[in-house]
Design a protein around this ligand. Structure first.
Ligand SMILES: [Zn+2]
Length: 435
C-alpha cells in the first residue's frame, strides 16, 4: 500500500449533521483514515496534528459537516440531447459517444456534492461500464448503483416504437411479454453486471400493464441473484401488485389509494416519489409551453397532487421515503443542479422537518445504492463520503442545492476537485434542444 493510501484527514470543528436524524452538534474532529471514518467527537490521543506530513487538517469552524448526498434516481446514459446528423430514436444511436458523455455526467454529479447515485435504467450496459471505470479509478464520479434497460411489456412506458420495430438497443426499455421472458432478461442483465433490476409499468398509471405474477417472477429470480428490484409505477393497480410481489422500492406511486399505501406499508416497501421531476416539468412547461416539451401539464398537476398526498401519507404510515430526482431524464433535468431538490419538496409539501429530509437523502437513500451499512451516516467505521457546507441546511434546506455553498466534497476518503463547471453548458444544451 502506498503512503498516500494511508493518508489521514482530520476535519476540525464545525457543526456535525450526522445523517441519522440526530440533532446537529458542535464537533471537535472527524478523523478519516484511508477511505473510512475512524472517529467523530474528541480527537483521539494518538492522532498528532503537528509535524506530520501525512495528516491533512481541514478547519471547518463556522461550517456544517454532513454525509455526502445520495440521489436515489438519476440517469447517466439517456440519449439527450440528440446529436446532429443521427437517425431518429429516443436515445443516441452511438454507444461510444453515449458512454463518454455518461462519464462526463457522472463527474458533474460528484462535483455537486452527490457521492452516490442509484441509476434506475439506461441504454445498453453504459452505466455498468461507467460504474466500473469509476471504481477502477479511470474516471471521477460518485458511487454508482445501476440497473440496465427497464423490463417492459407492450404498451408500457419506454415501449416507444411500433411492435415491428421493438425496443432497439439504444432505447431504455426492453420488451419481455411473459414471466419467462422477464426471468431470462433478469439473467441476461445480471450476467452483464447490473446491480438491480428496473421494471416499468404504464407511463402515467392509466393502465396496469404488468401482472403481479410477472413482478413476482422477476423479484424471485433477481433476489436469488442478490439483485434488488425497483419499478416505475404511478398507477393504483401496479403499485398494489408491486407491494404484494415484494419489490424493493416503488418509483412514484402517485395514484396509490389509501388501501394501496397500507399494502406498501405492510410490505415494508420503500417509495421514491421523485416529485422533483414533476415540479420541474411544471416550471419548464410554464416557461416554454407544453408543446415544446411534449408533456401535458394538466396531467402533471394531477401527478403533483397525488405525490403530495403520498409524501404526507407515507410519513404518517412510517413508509420510508427516499429522495430521487430523475436528473438526466431530459436535457432540462441537468446534472449537478437538482439532486437536492427533493428534500426541499419533502419539507415544503410533505410536512417533514429538515433533519428528516436530510436523513432521507443520506441514511435512508443508502438503501437505494445497496450500501445501507456503509454510507449515509457520519460515524466510526463508515466509508468517508462527506460534504462541508458554508451555510446551515437545517436552517434552510435549499442550502443543499447550490454548488456555491459547498466548501468541500470528500468521496471514499479523497478530496474531490470541484472544478469550475458553470451553468452555461447545461443551459446551452437545453436551448439547443427546444430551439
Ligand atoms: Zn427515471
Amino acid at each position: 500500500m502506498s503512503s498516500n493510501a494511508k493518508q489521514t484527514i482530520v476535519i476540525l470543528n464545525g457543526t456535525l449533521i450526522d445523517g441519522s436524524g440526530n440533532a446537529p452538534t458542535q464537533n471537535e474532529a472527524v478523523v478519516i483514515e484511508g477511505n473510512r471514518i475512524r472517529s467523530t467527537g474528541p480527537l483521539p490521543g494518538d492522532v498528532r496534528l503537528q509535524g506530520r506530513n501525512d495528516v491533512n487538517v481541514i478547519e471547518a469552524s463556522g461550517q456544517w459537516i454532513m454525509p455526502g448526498l445520495i440521489d436515489a434516481h438519476t440517469h447517466l446514459s439517456y440519449g439527450n440531447p440528440k446529436v446532429p446528423g443521427e437517425p431518429r430514436g429516443r436515445g443516441t444511436t452511438r454507444p461510444e459517444f453515449n458512454t463518454l458523455r455518461a462519464a462526463r455526467n457522472a463527474q458533474k454529479v460528484l462535483r455537486s456534492g452527490v457521492t452516490s447515485i442509484s441509476v434506475p435504467g439506461g441504454t445498453w450496459f453504459t452505466d455498468v461500464a461507467v460504474r466500473d471505470a469509476i471504481n477502477f479509478g479511470l474516471i471521477e464520479g460518485p458511487r454508482v448503483h445501476c440497473a440496465g434497460r427497464m423490463i417492459v411489456t407492450y404498451g408500457c412506458i419506454e415501449d416507444e416504437e411500433p411492435s415491428w420495430v421493438g425496443t432497439p438497443d439504444h432505447s431504455i426499455g426492453i420488451l419481455a411479454n411473459s414471466a419467462a421472458e422477464m426471468v431470462a432478461e433478469v439473467r441476461r442483465q445480471c450476467k452483464h453486471g447490473v446491480d438491480f433490476i428496473k421494471m416499468a409499468d404504464s407511463r402515467s398509471g392509466e393502465s396496469q400493464n404488468i401482472s403481479r405474477e410477472e413482478i413476482s417472477a422477476v423479484v424471485q429470480e433477481a433476489h436469488r441473484r442478490n439483485a434488488r428490484v425497483a419499478i416505475h409505477s404511478r398507477g393504483s393497480g401496479s403499485t398494489r401488485a408491486a407491494a404484494e410481489a415484494g419489490v424493493d422500492w416503488i418509483i412514484h406511486a402517485d395514484l396509490a389509494t389509501e388501501a394501496d399505501l397500507d399494502a406498501v406499508a405492510e410490505a415494508g416497501v420503500r417509495i421514491v416519489p421523485t416529485v422533483t421531476f414533476v415540479e420541474r416539468v411544471l416550471e419548464i412547461g410554464r416557461q416554454v409551453g407544453q408543446e415544446q416539451i411534449q408533456i401535458n401539464l394538466d396531467r402533471m398537476k394531477r401527478h403533483l397532487d397525488g405525490l403530495v398526498n403520498v409524501l404526507q401519507r407515507a410519513r404518517a404510515l412510517g413508509v420510508k421515503v427516499l429522495c430521487g430526482t430523475d436528473s438526466g431524464n431530459y436535457t432540462w433535468m441537468p446534472y449537478g443542479e437538482l439532486h437536492a431538490k427533493e428534500p426541499e419538496i419533502m419539507v415544503r409539501y410533505g410536512g417533514y422537518n429538515p433533519l428528516e429530509a436530510i436523513m432521507a437523502c443520506t441514511r435512508e437513500n443508502a438503501y437505494s445504492v445497496g450500501l445501507e451499512n456503509d454510507v449515509g451516516v457520519i460515524e466510526a467505521g463508515k466509508l468517508a463520503d462527506i460534504i462541508i457546507l458554508k451555510h446551515d441546511p437545517v436552517a434552510d434546506i435549499r442550502v443543499l442545492q447550490e454548488r456555491s455553498n459547498l466548501s468541500m466534497v470528500i468521496k471514499d476518503g479523497k478530496i474531490v476537485d470541484l472544478g469550475n463547471d458553470t451553468l452555461e453548458e447545461s443551459l446551452l444544451t437545453f436551448q439547443e434542444e427546444v430551439a
